[in-house]
Design a protein around this ligand. Structure first.
Ligand code: ZN
Length: 313
């Protein structure tokens, strides 16, 4: 099989990209994300036909944020789009006339990193994506592990604090309430409120108020040494690393790959994640340690991974 298309459904844009067997993106086409489920099918078809111009395409892989069934055909449930048992594979196949597979977006991103990014050379890899929330993917024995019903690796909703913070999923104390971009903003606001004298750089980047603090300000301020911003990253890393130690108990991978917008900060966040991971790893003095690596493909991991999974059939 030669070229396939990967589709990434984002909050504001739907991107389709033609990907070759080495994971290179040859062409892309982006369209705005429509507000309705039906509109999204139209937009996927438009993006696929735009990207495929001048190429012979064998299959399409779609990365969707939500629970995708084990047949890789139906989105059982999506948190941000009104999809409930949505037969996305059938609908898109009718429109584009090509074989389509639907994958959970975090699984697709994990596969992309495993095949063409930081996970190359590893057989057993666990990925976490620190974005707005926390997503995950499991590759054990060189296979993407989706579980019996297709909905494995929802690490963000492992309950790490009994009776902890309320989560959007309806549960309490989920890991993503403590390790995610949203958690990072909360840490920074709490700290800036308590000790504004330690957040002068951070506050100067927004509108001057604690409420005006955004994720991008925290990154920028941390790079300039703002104590509140640096400490907020450390707090996020503490929770992320402790969670990785738990995942090591479950999966014993040779590498963890940390992706998502938060990981763009590189060693600023990865170094404290590694320290926390080692701190919480059971029997850490006496056993081999998994590497904790930064993702390499950035925002393209999901598109490249979905295209490659479509190629594998
Ligand atoms: Zn949750």
């Amino acid at each position: 099989m030669g070229l396939t298309i990967g589709v990434d459904i984002g909050g504001t844009k739907i991107a389709a990209g033609v990907v070759d067997e080495e994971g290179h993106i040859l062409s892309t086409h982006k369209v705005p994300t429509p507000p309705t489920a039906e509109g999204i099918v139209d937009a996927i078809a438009t993006a696929v036909s735009g990207a495929s111009e001048g190429h012979r395409i064998d299959a399409v892989g779609i990365g969707a944020a939500g629970y995708v069934d084990d047949k890789r055909a139906t989105v059982l449930f999506a948190p941000n789009i009104n999809w409930r048992h949505e037969p996305l594979k059938d609908k898109v196949e009718q429109r584009v006339g090509l074989p389509v597979v639907v994958e959970n977006d975090a699984n697709a991103a994990a596969w992309g990193e495993y095949r063409f990014g930081a996970g190359q050379g590893h057989d057993d890899v666990i990925c976490i994506t620190l974005g707005t929330g926390l997503g995950g993917g499991i590759i054990i024995g060189n296979k993407l592990r989706r579980g019996r019903f297709g909905v494995a690796a929802e690490f963000g909703h492992i309950r790490v604090v009994p009776d902890g913070l309320l989560c959007g999923c309806g549960s309490q104390g989920c890991w993503e309430q403590y390790a995610s971009g949203r958690a990072l903003v909360r840490y920074a606001k709490q700290r800036a409120n308590a000790t504004p004298e330690n957040a002068t750089i951070l506050l100067s980047l927004g509108d001057g108020t604690v409420d005006g603090i955004e994720g991008k300000h925290i990154s920028q301020a941390a790079r300039q040494g703002d104590p509140v911003a640096v400490d907020s990253f450390r707090e996020l890393a503490r929770w992320a690393g402790a969670g990785l130690a738990d995942l090591a108990s479950l999966f014993d991978p040779s590498a963890f790959i940390v992706g998502g917008g938060v990981s763009d900060e590189g060693e600023l966040v990865l170094d404290p994640i590694r320290k926390s991971f080692r701190r919480w790893l059971i029997g850490g003095e006496w056993r081999p340690h998994a590497q904790v690596l930064a993702a390499q493909l950035g925002g393209e991991a999901g598109l490249v991974g979905a295209a490659d999974l479509a190629r594998q059939g």
